[in-house]
Design a protein around this ligand. Structure first.
Ligand SMILES: Cc1ncc(COP(=O)(O)O)c(C=O)c1O
Length: 389
């Protein structure tokens, strides 16, 4: 569906990058929100607690007027918040994307293996830097899960020098257990680098299968972790990597001394002991993801894959145009969703939908019911339920 003067959002923005357009660009820098609801970026809406935001706002002038601390001092706050035992194994990034770029530029050379579909920065950036990309496609028939034995065999067969696995995977939501990840690390000691991107692992369950305190014992392994979406402030840019002290020291020599800004530093200082509030917020976000998944099961046009994260991965029936459906729920209902048509290993029939509080989920399900009906694909369950919420 093309953009017209009568429609509030410019859908031509979708064609401009392999990421979705930003909320800012769709809303003319937040001047025309037009009821837009973001189901695209999976964030934790229940954190930070209000008193933390109040303190941040009270002190923000200091963060703007003074230089932040060094990367190493910021890493100490990250270690305390994230339960990483040795802060010297942490490097802080201006968003984890900054660290991804440094790893892609400095460490990942020659060839890389990535199970797909995956996060675009692990695909397009290495390709742009001339790295040979090898992939394994997660299968519908296997619920998007790939067994460690399969991945190990495929990596060996490919001859790739480096490996990146997102755990849980974005966008499929599939996960490997801690033992399965350790099995992969043990089986592939000859790899130059193995990166486990745990950006969404806090939403995988009550006890996330993180290897954050194991990874430093391997010479070639890294954990990568985004923090912004986890703490509900992804505009702020926060993320980090964990590896052995040698790898971290090597990476640190390349990083600007003040790569992380003062507001992020202040926020990290304010949340470093907020473990209970963070835990409760994680559990609420996980409950939202379960509710989202259950409500999607009401739409027979979609296959819903099992999720271990704060988003779900769904596949639309082949005879309905996925891009048109994306544009219709945006233009008519303000629902901004991620169509995966521009992701390697996916197609426009697949969507990643972020968990949100129940009211927003109800709004989205209703929007889908209306638009699926309007697209001329009525079915028994949707045709008599076209009510506005
Ligand atoms: C798997 C994965 N890793 C890393 C990132 C980067 O996040 P950020 O740079 O905001 O920390 C993302 C963002 O969506 C992601 O999906």
């Amino acid at each position: 569906m093309s953009n017209t003067p009568n429609t509030p959002f410019d859908t031509s923005l979708f064609g401009k990058t392999t990421h979705n357009p930003s909320f800012a660009s769709l809303t003319k820098q937040f001047s025309e929100i037009n009821g837009l609801r973001d189901y695209c970026i999976p964030v934790n809406p229940y954190f930070p607690p209000q008193q933390v935001m109040d303190k941040l706002q009270e002190r923000i002038a200091y963060a703007l007027k003074y230089y932040p601390g060094s990367n190493q001092s910021i890493a100490e706050n990250i270690a305390q918040f994230s339960g990483v035992h040795n802060p010297k194994t942490i490097i802080a990034g201006n968003g984890s994307t900054e660290i991804i770029s440094w790893l892609n530029s400095l460490f990942i050379q020659e060839s890389l293996f990535v199970p797909v579909p995956s996060f675009g920065r692990w695909i397009e950036e290495p390709q742009g830097l001339g790295v040979e990309l090898h992939t394994y496609r997660y299968e519908d028939a296997n619920n998007q899960y790939a067994a460690p034995e399969t991945l190990i065999a495929e990596v060996k067969k490919s001859g790739a020098r480096n490996l990146v696995i997102c755990n849980p995977n974005n966008p499929t939501g599939s996960i490997l257990s801690r033992d399965e990840i350790l099995q992969i690390l043990a089986a592939l000691p000859e790899q130059d680098n193995i990166v486990i991107d745990e950006s969404f692992i806090d939403f995988s369950g009550e006890e996330p299968p993180s290897i954050k305190n194991d990874v430093a014992s391997y010479p070639n392994a890294w954990v990568l972790k985004s923090l912004g979406k986890n703490v509900g402030l992804h505009g702020l840019r926060m993320g980090f990597a964990i590896s052995n002290e040698n790898n971290i020291a090597k990476l640190r020599t390349h990083l600007p001394y003040w790569n992380v800004n003062g507001i992020t530093e202040m926020l990290l200082h304010l949340i470093k002991d907020e473990h209970q509030a963070y835990h409760e917020s994680r559990l609420k976000t996980i409950a939202d993801a379960i509710y989202l998944s259950e409500r999607f099961e009401e739409l027979p046009e979609f296959t819903v894959y099992p999720t271990h994260s704060n988003f779900i991965f769904v596949k639309l029936r082949d005879d309905i145009n996925g891009t048109e459906l994306r544009d219709r729920v945006l233009q008519h209902h303000g629902c901004f969703i991620r169509n995966c048509g521009n992701k390697l290993g996916s197609s426009e029939q697949y969507f990643r939908i972020a968990a949100r509080p129940a009211d927003d989920v109800n709004h989205l399900i209703n929007a889908f019911k209306i638009e699926l009906h309007a697209l001329g694909k009525p079915n028994n369950t949707t045709s008599n339920l076209l009510i506005a919420d």
